[in-house]
Design a protein around this ligand. Structure first.
Ligand SMILES: *Cc1c(COP(=O)(O)O)cnc(C)c1O
Length: 417
């Protein structure tokens, strides 16, 4: 987990055209004219003294991941105005999402991590609903072994362990084939990880043993088609984070896959008590926001998104042309966060500032800017290259106009050594 630090002190106003659109939507629905403060709502970041930041990092959870596009914000605001029957909303949203994402069934969870827990619980309890209340500790007699490649162990697998399973690690295909027992309940795959066993082989072996396969692709859109590629490849369960590339609510996620497993996952989810998922509540605003984010995302094109991110990167690089020794490169990570990132390499001796110094001065300036946490680090996170002598700008979460602010501030920091 990268440490982004916090900045105290004066913060500059960070205009969000989006809030204007949201206000307009409210305004239309009111009978009487309303004052701007009522329309927009109070700015609770200002009221609480929480600095707003410019996100030049990416969809990092600690940086609140993404900003919902205006139509998604408006859909959330509208959903907040009416109670509904939660079960109706969950069922209809699931059916709609499954249709749009070309899979059998879907469930909106409170995030990809929650989907990992609910999907695992589903594999353990499918066809045996009374077992739901026994997770995570009273698993005697239940299948509780999850096979995983050693290189696919990661911080998020605690969400799977929350069901009371134990992992069986394998490295080679032969080890994988020999790992199945009558207690094997699921085979887990981390989509962005490397390993000796590829996706299709992973699925084929598991299915020969009648065991379902889960693929965690939380951070792996764009490309848009990934939203159906993995379920269509044969994974029984797939998760995507709702608040990363999809730009839905940060506390939403998708669990996609087989109808019987998705139904079993709902048994372990809020609002049911005595379940591992009761604390993973998904509110109406999140469910609607998730659906609206899917509609928004499917209305984009991969080419359009890539071109826009590339334009932002080039615009920033153009501002830095006269920084001594500076070269730029546009880098697209292979699986997770597969969008153009700007890498700026230079000689820190000539410039007299290391990439970490630059990151600090942007973090501590006004407005505060967070660069990608791979900046100045040898092992880049999330598929990024070694950036010990590089600044990494994640441009895809920038709001309109912020690329120029980042460019100006980088230029100042690099030239004022
Ligand atoms: C971000 C992430 C998660 C968790 O997603 P949330 O929606 O924040 O719960 C799980 N797995 C991977 C690989 C991720 O990148």
């Amino acid at each position: 987990m990268p440490n982004f630090g916090t900045r105290r002190g004066f913060l500059a106003q960070n205009t969000l055209a989006a809030l204007g659109a949201l206000g307009a939507a409210f305004g239309r629905a009111q009978a009487a004219p309303v004052r701007p403060a009522q329309v927009d709502g109070e700015d609770y970041y200002d009221k609480l003294g929480v600095p707003k930041i410019i996100n030049a990092a990416g969809t990092y959870t600690a940086l609140t991941a993404s900003i919902m596009p205006p139509p998604v914000q408006a859909a959330v605001a509208k959903a907040a105005r009416h109670p509904v029957r939660l079960a109706d909303l969950q069922r209809k949203a699931g059916e709609y999402i499954a249709r749009r994402l070309k899979c059998e069934a879907a469930l909106v969870s409170s995030g990809a991590a929650a989907a990992l827990t609910l999907g695992t619980a589903a594999c353990m309890t499918v066809g045996n609903r009374p077992a739901v209340a026994r997770l995570p500790l009273d698993t005697a007699g239940l299948k509780n072994e999850v096979i995983v490649q050693k290189s696919h162990r990661y911080g998020y697998d605690h969400a799977i362990r929350n069901c009371g399973i134990r992992f069986v690690e394998v490295e080679t295909l032969a080890q994988y084939q020999a790992a199945f027992t009558d207690r094997t309940v699921m085979c887990h795959f981390f989509n962005a990880a490397d390993g000796q066993i590829g996706r299709e082989q992973w699925i084929a072996v598991a299915h020969r043993h009648g065991v379902p396969c889960f693929n965690d692709a939380a951070a792996d859109v764009p490309p848009i088609s990934n939203l159906w590629a993995y379920t269509q490849m044969g994974f029984d369960l797939v998760t995507f984070s709702g608040g990363k590339g999809l730009r839905g609510p940060q506390n939403a996620g998708l669990l996609l896959g087989r109808k019987d497993l998705i139904e079993a996952a709902t048994w372990s989810n809020s609002p049911y008590d005595e379940t591992v998922g009761r604390g993973m509540k998904v509110a109406k605003e999140q469910i609607v926001g998730m659906v609206a984010a899917i509609d928004w995302f499917l209305a984009q094109t991969d080419d359009g998104m890539q071109a826009e991110f590339r334009r932002r990167a080039e615009r920033i690089a153009a501002h830095l042309k006269d920084v001594p020794t500076l070269r730029h490169e546009i880098f697209i990570p292979p699986v997770a966060n597969a969008v153009p990132h700007l890498l700026l390499r230079y000689d820190p001796v000539k410039v007299r500032k290391t990439p970490l110094d630059v990151a600090d001065s942007l973090r501590n300036g006004a407005p505060a800017i967070e660069l990608n946490p791979a900046t100045g680090r040898k092992s880049g996170s999330a598929g990024l290259p070694d950036a010990e002598n590089a600044i990494v700008v994640g441009v895809w979460m920038l709001q309109p106009g912020e690329d120029l602010i980042v460019a100006r501030r980088l230029r100042e920091a690099l030239l004022q050594a």
